[in-house]
Design a protein around this ligand. Structure first.
Ligand code: ZN
Length: 67
């Protein structure tokens, strides 16, 4: 899977899948935003995609292929 780097936390890059399908709100489409502060258990390893209206839509793990 391809990733885009969107941010970094204490020097560790945060990457998300290049495909935008993961961030679509199930109710309205693509209005979800990455929330690195939710669900992070170690250095932002997991990122939640939250819709401002409908809450968490999905959680991605950018480092899945490194575990
Ligand atoms: Zn929504």
């Amino acid at each position: 899977m391809d990733y885009n780097e969107i941010d970094s936390v204490v020097g560790v890059p945060i990457r998300v899948p290049a495909s935008e399908d993961y961030r679509r709100c199930s109710e309205r489409g693509n209005d979800c935003v990455p929330d690195p502060n939710f669900g992070s258990d170690e250095l932002g390893a997991r990122i939640a995609l939250a819709c401002p209206e409908h809450g968490i839509q999905s959680v991605v793990d950018p480092f899945e292929d490194r575990r």
